[in-house]
Write a protein that binds this ligand. Structure first.
Ligand code: CA
Length: 236
């Protein structure tokens, strides 16, 4: 089944670039250039993903996301241009699934799009809406480390790893954001959620546990590396 992506972007050249690149990947694309048209198109299309710019005529991306969140389960990938927007995007009030800061590369965009669509597919399978009786096992492979998304199972050198649920979620989050610097705060918000009472040391502890399980030498990690003063980066 072809997946549908709604692109909401008022900068025409960027809108065209996004549409061109996503069409090339085989997605069905619809483009709009303002907030009101975005609402109308989203309700009509019920797309699998919305790529949503923030600064838009008529109604901004924050407002569009807030309204659509109440109506649809569609994943929303927001495009931000300024640092002060990021705070609101990852904030409770908007609830975007992910965001990209302009300028970004098409490779980066494609990785995020695929990751969001994969989540959507899995969510639907879990909800029993899959029209295929045969269960397709989706996996992410990083050399000898294989994450089976359908079974929520992780194999290292062909043997299953015993991971706690949060360790699994953290590893999956890293895998979906490969080679991106992720701050402890961002990881905490996205993996543990907003209502979690604790601090970023929770992340450090889980990273240490994960390293003991997936690194050849947990004392000199090469998969989950520490970024000085920042957070962590998953190298694969
Ligand atoms: Ca804009």
């Amino acid at each position: 089944m072809t997946e549908t992506i709604l692109i909401v972007e008022d900068e025409l050249s960027l809108q065209e670039t996004l549409a061109y690149n996503l069409k090339k990947e085989g997605y069905a694309i619809e483009t709009v250039g303002d907030g009101r048209a975005a609402l109308e198109a989203a309700r009509r299309l019920k797309p699998d993903l919305i790529v949503l710019d923030i600064m838009l005529p008529e109604m901004d991306g924050f407002e569009v996301a807030r309204i659509l969140r109440k109506e649809l389960t569609t994943a929303i990938l927001m495009l931000t241009a300024r640092d002060d927007e990021i705070d609101r995007v990852v904030g409770l009030e908007v609830g975007a699934d992910d965001y990209l800061t302009k300028p970004f590369s098409m490779r980066e965009l494609m990785a995020r799009v695929k990751s969001q669509l994969r989540r959507t597919r899995l969510l639907r399978e879990e909800m029993g809406k899959s029209d295929s009786a045969e269960v397709k096992h989706e996996t992410l492979k990083f050399d000898n480390l294989v994450i089976n998304l359908t079974r929520r199972e992780v194999m290292l050198d062909g043997s299953p790893l015993q991971l706690k649920p949060k360790e699994y979620e953290l590893l999956l989050f890293f895998a979906e954001h490969r080679r991106q610097m992720l701050s402890r705060e961002f990881i905490l918000e996205r993996v543990w959620g907003w209502d979690f009472i604790g601090d970023s040391r929770t992340v450090d502890v889980h990273v240490r546990w994960l390293r003991q399980k997936i690194e050849a030498d947990a004392a000199s990690p090469v998969r989950i590396v520490t970024v000085r003063g920042g957070g962590y980066r998953f190298e694969g």
